[in-house]
Write a protein of this length. Structure first.
Length: 184
């Protein structure tokens, strides 16, 4: 049974996790709630999100086919945040190169903001990368995600402009994707 401050798979950077938060893999019975939390976090932070994009954020069942969805939960089981992490040895997105661990869709529920949930989830990804022997953690982000960018900078991530590109997120809708990396 995990302790109140447990980080599954022995995360050496777990000290960033608030004492009342546990980070663990999402369970199938939590897919709908984890998806709701992710979509609501994105819609409360970023404008002009299409219904199809929000539906993709809610679709945790599909995301776990391609990677691991980790959740930050309170002792009562309420999900405070989520992050989607590449499975060991496979990237989630084309931004990742061999030997790197990438993550996407870091989300913190509106009522949990300011409690260190986003930082704890990011540090958990870093710990997973170290455990796997990755040499870098990498992620891409939309240009309007200022809070996430500030968090990554605080932790030590650097912009990797040579990997940045425009992507078509929906037919006819292009955005510039920023890329951040942290050597571990």
């Amino acid at each position: 049974m995990p302790s109140d401050n447990a980080i599954d798979r022995a995360a050496p950077d777990a000290s960033a996790a608030p004492a009342d938060i546990t980070i663990r893999l999402v369970r199938p019975d939590e897919f709908a709630e984890a998806g709701r939390v992710t979509a609501e976090a994105y819609s409360s932070s970023y404008g002009d999100l299409s219904e199809s994009y929000l539906a993709s954020l809610r679709d945790v069942a599909t995301r776990v086919l391609d990677g691991d969805v980790w959740v930050a939960v309170e002792p009562d089981g309420d999900i405070l945040g989520t992050v989607w992490v590449a499975p060991e040895g496979r990237p989630l997105s084309p931004v990742a190169e061999p030997g790197e661990t990438d993550f996407r869709q870091l989300a913190v529920a509106q009522p949990a903001r300011g409690r260190g949930v986003g930082e704890a989830l990011t540090r958990h990804v870093i710990a997973l990368a170290r455990e796997r022997g990755s040499h870098r953690v990498i992620m891409n982000s939309g240009p309007e995600m200022f809070g996430a960018h500030a968090l990554y900078t605080k932790i030590g991530f650097a912009r990797l402009p040579e990997r940045e590109r425009s992507i078509e997120v929906e037919p006819g809708r292009w955005i510039e994707i920023l890329t951040f990396g942290l050597d571990v």
